[in-house]
Design a protein around this ligand. Structure first.
Ligand code: PLP
Length: 285
């Protein structure tokens, strides 16, 4: 039985209820995070809570908890659920109102909801083979740096991939790489790791930061700069990163092989560094 947290109480997920007048339901008016926990240790929890705070500030939802309280709720939820490795979904909506009204309620009563699922990271054979992706024009709004629950555009864009039997949709805006429908995208050209710069057009991924930290720590040549669509299409390697997919090679894009069609050496090395880093977190180093 999965245990969730709703507005101050831990309860079975199947019994949790919110009002249909909640603005999260009516308008997608909310912020969220997805935090992986390995061996019951939440990974980069302070960074996830900080990003949540930035989203809440930007969309003018009062943050219901200081960081220490958020972390305590996350840890308690992990403790109350059965799996050692968990994916914690954390959601704050602007809460319910008396009437459906675009303008904010006079008194904000944010709804706080967290649930846990078993964390399923890509299995070894998928990591060894890589995944297929398609591309699409990025038609989302101009605040993709905010992790809001209004994800219809991301859902439509991800479905473009699913309809073609692919794992992800790589997004281009005005001829430049932005990110994936639910991931950040890195490329490798001539042994150099390239990442698009953080901007209002992409989510500043927690895994993105870890990958760049690992590149710096291990002396891997890398650059953060605008990446042309053509540079992605002719890259030696393309990877996607996210908290649940970690570092995953994209080995075909729009039906054409990336590089030689297999996960490349730089990506394999980064994955090994990432897994080593993760196991240190699991040991509590
Ligand atoms: N970009 C988008 C649009 C996402 O939805 C996600 C994660 O779900 C990411 C990037 C990766 O972010 P993180 O590494 O923090 O999971």
């Amino acid at each position: 039985m999965s245990i969730c947290y709703l507005d101050g109480s831990y309860q079975p997920l199947a019994e949790a209820r919110i009002s249909p007048m909640d603005r999260g339901f009516l308008f997608g008016d909310g912020a969220y995070e997805v935090i992986p926990a390995y061996s019951r240790r939440p990974f980069r929890v302070a960074e996830h809570i900080a990003r949540l705070g930035r989203t809440l500030d930007a969309v003018r939802i009062p943050n219901p908890h200081p960081a220490a309280e958020w972390e305590a709720i996350v840890r308690e939820l992990v403790a109350r659920n059965a799996w050692d490795d968990q994916s914690i979904y954390l959601h704050v909506s602007r809460g319910p109102d008396e009437r459906r009204n675009h303008a904010f309620p006079a008194v904000a009563r944010p709804t706080v909801f967290l649930m846990s699922e078993a964390l399923v990271t890509p299995p070894a054979e998928v990591l060894a083979r890589g995944v297929a992706a398609v591309s699409a024009a990025d038609f989302r709004w101009a605040r993709c740096d905010l992790k809001t629950t209004a994800l219809l555009a991301n859902c439509l864009l991800r479905q473009v991939a699913v309809d073609k039997g692919c794992a992800e949709t790589v997004l281009f805006r005005d001829g430049f790489l932005t990110e994936g429908a639910a991931s950040n995208i890195f490329i490798v050209r001539d042994g150099v790791l390239l990442a698009p710069p953080k901007s209002h057009l992409m989510l500043p991924g927690i895994t993105y930061d870890v990958v760049l930290e690992l590149a710096a720590r291990h002396g891997l040549e890398h650059a953060v700069r605008e990446i042309l669509e053509d540079e992605v299409r002719t890259a030696d390697e393309v990877w996607l990163t996210s908290s649940t997919k970690e570092v995953l090679a994209i080995t075909s894009l729009d039906g054409r092989p990336v590089g030689d069609g297999k996960p490349g050496p730089v990506g394999r090395t980064m994955l090994a560094w990432y897994q080593d880093f993760k196991s240190k977190v699991m040991r509590g180093d």
